[in-house]
Design a protein around this ligand. Structure first.
Ligand code: NAD
Ligand code: UFG
Length: 338
């Protein structure tokens, strides 16, 4: 059983991963500056697992703070790095904030962990690195496309940094390329906390259903897809979280085949926006007010994962389907609204 440092561990995906680490018998130490999350998330983690991990409210860019964590916990075996800014549209308006936060935090963390002789690193990447792939399902060997946004570029640049550092040092890294994470823990004690008007489909659906938003706009129905709306590979956040446990265990056991590996995390099945809406209405018995609108700038038509490498090599497979995703997302929204 290992002790894992989780940056961004009070965030959406980080908090679910901390729960799965603790459920698997590991220990977690969290660093988060609460720029996009709340300390109360720790209560949710404790209620679910019966354990409250040590928490440092610090910025991952702060060298002294990160060094201090490795000094306090000399038994940390691996690091999972979630801490980053993640809003694609905002990154276009504030590129320096995104390059500054996402790159500096990664560089600082790598320097501190290597200085502390901790070589194992799991990184939050994104299927955005593939852009609109030429072939579907998209595999890890597909070409990396010119990033559409500063945010997407930070993911590509961090992957490049990891490649270079893994070639030059003891670093052993796994970059996990998430498709579209949605849903919440079945307890509804933790979930996604979007600030302001959500950009992503699922929180917009749940906020519309509960009455916080008047209507959902479907961004385009003239794509080359079966019903014309955009297709994505939605993945339940709990499945996603479990893949991080597998990735840490793989590195710590020395089962990795190369000093840097890349894995797609999706279900392998694409759903259109209209299919997600229909599943939400059917599973939750709620009618959703939606209209068809124009395409959103920068959106791709369709993407879904080839998951054979993560299934066969990482030993991980998504278990939860769209029904569980829309049910847990709705349960979480109702809890937030209560
Ligand atoms: P989130 O915003 O909920 O979590 C990120 C956490 O990091 C937040 O709690 C925030 O307070 C913290 N943070 C940000 N910068 C920090 C810093 N400098 N120091 C300390 N803490 C800092 O986001 P999430 O959805 O959980 O995403 C986690 C990771 O996964 C991010 O790297 C994101 O880019 C990546 N990712 C997310 C998605 C998605 O759709 N949610 C898709 C692909 C990749
Ligand atoms: N959509 C709508 N209406 C909305 C919101 C979204 O129709 O109000 C549609 C989009 O057009 C798209 C689908 O729902 O077809 C999913 O959109 P999201 O914004 O939820 O997700 P994206 O696939 O656009 O973006 C996600 C992450 C990004 C990441 C990107 C590629 O949010 O961080 O995947 O990995 F960069």
């Amino acid at each position: 059983m290992s002790k894992i440092l989780v940056t961004g561990g009070t965030g959406y995906i980080g908090s679910h991963t901390v729960v799965e680490l603790l459920n698997a018998g590991h220990e977690a130490v969290i660093i988060d500056n609460l720029s996009n999350s709340e300390a109360a998330v720790l209560d949710g983690i404790e209620q679910i697992t019966g354990k409250r991990p040590p928490f440092y409210q610090e910025d991952v860019r702060n060298r002294t703070a990160v060094q201090g964590i490795f000094t306090d916990h000399p038994d940390i075996s691996a690091v999972i790095h979630f801490a980053a800014f993640k809003a694609v549209g905002e990154s276009v308006m504030k590129p320096l904030a995104y390059y500054g936060n996402n790159l500096d935090s990664t560089i600082n963390l790598l320097e501190c962990m290597l200085a502390a002789n901790v070589p194992f690193f799991v990184f939050s990447s994104s299927c955005t690195v593939y852009g609109q792939p030429d072939e579907l399902p998209v595999s890890e060997s597909a070409p990396i496309k010119q990033a559409e946004s500063p945010y997407g570029n930070t993911k590509q640049m961090c992957e490049d940094i990891l490649r270079n550092v893994a070639a030059a040092t003891e670093l052993q890294a796994i970059s996990l390329r998430y498709f579209n994470p949605v849903g919440a823990h079945e307890s509804a004690l933790i979930g996604e906390l979007p600030r302001g008007v959500p950009n992503n489909l699922m929180p917009f659906i749940t906020q519309t259903a509960i009455g916080k938003r008047e209507k959902l706009t479907v961004f385009g129905d003239d794509y080359n897809t079966p019903d014309g709306s955009g297709v994505r590979d939605y993945i339940h956040v709990v499945d996603l979280a479990k893949a991080h446990v597998k990735a840490c265990e793989r590195l710590i056991a020395g089962d990795n085949k190369k000093s840097i590996e890349f894995f797609n995390l999706g279900t392998g099945r694409g759903y259109s926006v209209l299919e997600v809406i229909r599943a939400f209405e059917r599973v939750n018995g709620v009618k959703l007010n939606y209209v068809i609108g124009p395409r959103r700038a920068g959106d791709i038509e369709k993407v879904y994962a080839d998951t054979s490498l993560s299934n066969n090599e990482l030993g991980w497979k998504a278990e939860l389907g769209l029904d569980e995703m829309v049910a847990s997302a709705w349960k979480w929204e109702q809890r937030l609204g209560s």
